[in-house]
Design a protein around this ligand. Structure first.
Ligand code: IYR
Length: 223
């Protein structure tokens, strides 16, 4: 992981002029601004090598004390995808039939979501993103992790960005509770599923809701 007090010189691998810095900032914003959460997927396949590289990109995320407290389980097996769909739809039926507050259901109306999750079978990949509050060492002892939700959230964001910029779409699906994923994805009980990321190409007739992102002035302050 990290040797104790061993340091090497660092130079940023990207060294550009002031002008190019702004161009790159704008280009990256344009790239990410084209991302939309997609619920209608094509069955078109995606090479495993693409997913592997994007996972490597995600794994470069900063993490508390460099503990890298994440695990990604990649599912393409149709039988396992079906089990995941069954588990998710079971939770979602309860959610939509009364577990969720009226306020929450109202907030979701513009997105037209319901308990049916066909994308969990059509999309070529489902990636379970798990967090670990501690690692279990071989002798059975626990090694604590830090800032786990922050670290895993950052890694998830980087994964979404990596997939987007190679032309793939994602859906950050969060059936609640997600405990069933530990069983279906064969993960130990000290790991917690935080996101079920659906990955693939949008179907030809995919639609997304009209939405507006907040303006810079609305979500930022410069002091
Ligand atoms: N997990 C449910 C409900 C849901 C909740 C939020 I917050 C969303 O942004 C979207 C959906 C579902 O997936 O339908």
């Amino acid at each position: 992981m990290i040797d104790s007090s061993s340091f090497i010189p660092f130079q940023h691998p990207i060294q550009v002029s002031k002008e190019e810095t702004l161009q790159r900032a704008s280009a990256f914003y344009e790239t990410l601004n084209g991302r939309r959460t997609v619920r209608d997927y094509s069955t078109q396949s995606v090479d495993r090598a693409v997913i592997e590289k994007c996972l490597l990109a995600a794994s470069t995320a900063p993490s508390g004390a460099h503990k890298q407290p994440w695990h990604f389980t990649v599912v393409s097996d149709p039988k396992i995808k079906r089990q995941i769909r069954e588990g998710a739809e079971k939770e979602e039926r309860e959610f939509y039939a009364g577990k969720a507050s009226e306020e929450w259901l109202d907030a979701l109306k513009p997105f037209g979501t319901n308990e049916e999750k066909p994308f969990l079978e059509t999309a070529p990949y489902l990636i379970g993103i798990f967090s670990r509050n501690y690692d279990l060492l071989e002798d059975g002892s626990r090694s604590k992790n830090y800032y786990v939700s922050e670290s895993v959230g950052i890694a998830a964001g980087m994964l979404i960005a990596a997939l987007h910029q190679c032309g793939l779409s994602t859906l950050t699906h969060t059936p609640s509770p997600m405990g069933f994923l530990n069983e279906v994805m064969d993960r130990p009980s000290h790991e917690r599923a935080v996101i079920l990321l659906v990955v693939g190409y949008p179907s030809e007739d995919a639609i997304v809701p009209v939405l507006k992102r907040k303006d810079l002035e609305e979500f930022s302050t410069f002091l």
